[in-house]
Design a protein around this ligand. Structure first.
Ligand code: G3H
Length: 195
């Protein structure tokens, strides 16, 4: 069965500063990851001529996929990170301090909490539907380079996790989660390419 490879973008400049959202480039670590990822993908999918690489429209995923050659790349807005609305670019500490009610509401119900002028996890899950339909239709492997909140939702869908777990699923940086959808269920392998 064809694999689906899920990975977050390499560490971004916003990650280093603890800021959510934004559209920053990669950090030094992120730059190292994109090379390791390209190596891995080119080896892993060397015999898979019809494979494709899907990214979001944010530069950290496009840059992460940059060094991968030999496969078509497709950008999906639906793979963009959860929109943090008025909190975009803030640290969690700043949200806690400046918007304590927002911070508490999110803590109480992270799945349903919608950032002012932004999205909730439920919104993200809903906008992923066309991506999921297209992923299921693919006969060839797909590498999805996206973001933490989005990958939590995709991973949960393919591995049948309950909705309420989605906002806290671990999707570490610099790790490829390979999922095989087979008749007998789902199999998963993880490749940690660096710390
Ligand atoms: O920038 C957003 C994060 O990737 C989502 O993390 O939903 O745990 O705050 P969070």
């Amino acid at each position: 069965p064809r694999p689906i490879l899920l990975t977050r973008h390499g560490e971004s400049q916003a990650n280093v500063r603890g800021r959510i959202g934004g559209d920053t480039a990669l950090s030094g670590n992120g730059d190292r990851y994109k090379k390791k990822l390209a190596n891995f993908v080119e080896k892993r999918l060397s015999s898979e001529r019809a494979a494709s690489i899907w990214t979001s429209t944010l530069q950290r995923t496009i840059l992460t996929a940059g060094p991968i050659v030999g496969f078509p790349k497709i950008q999906w807005r639906a793979l963009d990170e959860i929109n943090a609305g008025v909190c975009d670019g803030m640290t969690y500490g700043e949200i806690h301090k400046n918007m304590p009610e927002e911070y508490e509401s999110r803590k109480k119900d992270k799945l349903r909490y919608r950032y002012p002028r932004g999205e909730s996890y439920l919104d993200v899950i809903q906008r992923l539907e066309p991506v999921i339909i297209e992923l299921e239709r693919q006969r060839a492997p797909v590498v999805v380079v996206s973001h933490q909140a989005v990958l939590r939702a995709l991973y949960a869908y393919f591995t049948d996790r309950p909705l309420k777990e989605i906002p806290t699923i671990e999707v570490p940086l610099h790790t490829i989660i390979e999922i095989h959808l087979g008749a007998t269920g789902v199999q998963e392998k993880r490749y940690k390419l660096m710390d």
